[in-house]
Ligand binder design. Structure first.
Ligand SMILES: Cc1cc2nc3c(=O)[nH]c(=O)nc-3n(C[C@H](O)[C@H](O)[C@H](O)COP(=O)(O)OP(=O)(O)OC[C@H]3O[C@@H](n4cnc5c(N)ncnc54)[C@H](O)[C@@H]3O)c2cc1C
Length: 410
């Protein structure tokens, strides 16, 4: 059994370069964006596109994509450290062109697209010339169960006519195309997995109406509500074959969920760093907060959780790299890291007191952003349901739950 958590020297070098780029180039360029004197939209765009150009020139571009497609060709384990370094600032993954939803859409197009679709949609996405969105969730039915979606496509000669309603579609206003999930097999019973089909929709497009950006608790938005009315598409716009929409969505979500975890770990670490820093600098009742047992427990709990987060992500990543079934490990990681992120930021706010509640530190904003992690890309309870199902199945099949707890040799 080989367990070695050290990075090979060539990956250590990449990690050092990403860290230096994010700390010395990205953070100084973007730190004023959300401040008291916000920059104009033009300046914001100019700055981040310049940063993207620099990242690409330095070879810090598309860490999750194979080299033959212009990427860095990293496995999931190495990707974990690049995503975590990049996510030290929220725009970091976007500047390295490895952020949601484009990142998941790239995997999807690479795996499911035909050659023409790859050239038309994947190539410009990889080159940073286009942006995309993924449209599955609907306000009327539970997003947790995509077999319920009502947006439907009906064949009319060589075309499909699509009607429906989507919401929380991230990046829709900036996207040049959407991967849209619609029901094509209207007679299938509820819960059938072969009823949905994915379509590629060029944007803007007649019939695709972006009616508003939904205001959220994290203030700034970017998540659109879309009304789809008689949107017509040729059959060649189907992605991955008719009836494969559910499988395609699930395929997309595996690595994409883990990539979220890699970025959340970075945010959780920032919160823990801030918690310790504050504890070392705040004095009360005769000693520093760092000397108080009550505060030490908050620090210790956070450190232990963050350690578990990192091990879970690395193990799930190694399973993906080895081509093993990773579904349970990714579910466990997604649930655990999302909840740890919320708990660690909350503890950091507690240690900061009123300062933590203010918007003078990034913690309040981080907390608002972190909340969606517990239900998007699979709500906590859905992951718990799947983890329990697989644990029970493992016991039934083998008389032991061992394979459902990482299938580790202990
Ligand atoms: C910031 C953000 C960005 C998003 N971006 C996108 C995007 O780009 N594209 C897209 O298509 N969607 C996107 N979504 C939507 C997201 O995927 C859904 O919110 C998620 O799938 C949950 O669906 P829902 O909101 O309809 O909640 P529901 O499915 O209604 O679930 C609500 C709650 O009910 C409980 N629940 C549901 N089912 C079960 C069950 N079987 N057992 C036990 N409890 C259950 C859970 O507690 C769950 O949190 C985004 C959401 C957010 C917040």
């Amino acid at each position: 059994m080989a367990i070695d958590f050290t990075l090979a020297p060539e990956y250590e070098e990449i990690r050092a370069r990403v860290r230096a780029f994010v700390q010395k180039t990205v953070i100084p360029a973007v730190e004023g964006f959300g401040g008291e004197d916000p920059v104009s939209r033009e300046e914001y765009l100019r700055t981040i596109f310049e940063l993207r150009g620099k990242a690409r020139a330095e070879g810090l571009w598309l860490p999750h994509m194979p080299k033959e497609w212009g990427g860095m060709g990293l496995g999931q384990v190495e990707l974990a450290m690049v995503q975590a370094e990049a996510a030290k600032t929220r725009l970091g993954p976007w500047i390295l062109n490895c952020s949601a939803p484009d990142e998941g859409n790239m995997h999807t197009l690479l795996h499911w697209g035909d050659e023409e679709q790859k050239e038309k949609y994947l190539r410009p996405l990889l080159e940073g010339r286009k942006m995309s969105c993924f449209a599955m969730t609907e306000p009327e039915v539970a997003g947790s169960d995509p077999t319920l979606i009502r947006t439907h496509a009906v064949q009319d000669g060589d075309e499909w006519v699509i009607n429906g309603h989507k919401w929380f579609i991230s990046n829709a206003r900036r996207a040049n195309f959407a991967i849209l999930i619609a029901k094509t097999e209207l007679d299938m019973p509820e819960g059938a997995r072969g009823a949905n089909t994915a379509f590629l929709v060029d944007l803007p497009q007649e019939g695709w109406n972006d009616v508003r950006e939904v205001e959220t608790m994290h203030g700034s938005t970017g998540h659109s509500e879309i009304v789809i009315t008689d949107l017509r598409l040729p059959a060649s716009q189907i992605l991955g074959g008719r009836g494969n929409g559910h499988r395609l969505g699930q395929y997309r979500l595996g690595p994409a969920r883990l990539a979220h975890c890699m970025r959340w770990i970075s945010q959780a670490e920032t919160a823990l760093d801030m918690m310790v820093d504050r504890a070392l600098n705040r004095y009360s009742h005769g000693s520093l907060l760092a000397d108080k047992q009550g505060v030490q427990w908050l620090i210790a709990d956070s450190a232990m959780e963050l350690y578990q987060c990192k091990l879970m992500v690395l193990h799930a990543a190694s399973k993906i790299d080895k081509g093993e079934d990773f579904r349970t490990e990714v579910s466990m990681a997604k649930h655990f890291v999302a909840n740890s992120l919320n708990r660690i930021i909350d503890r950091a706010i507690q240690v900061h007191g009123a300062l933590g509640y203010s918007t003078d530190t990034p913690l309040a904003n981080m907390f608002q952003h972190a909340r969606w992690a517990r239900f998007a890309d699979g709500a906590d309870e859905i992951h718990q349901m799947r983890i329990a199902e697989r644990t029970i199945a493992a016991y039934r099949a083998t008389g032991s739950t061992a394979v459902a707890t990482g299938n580790l040799p202990l």
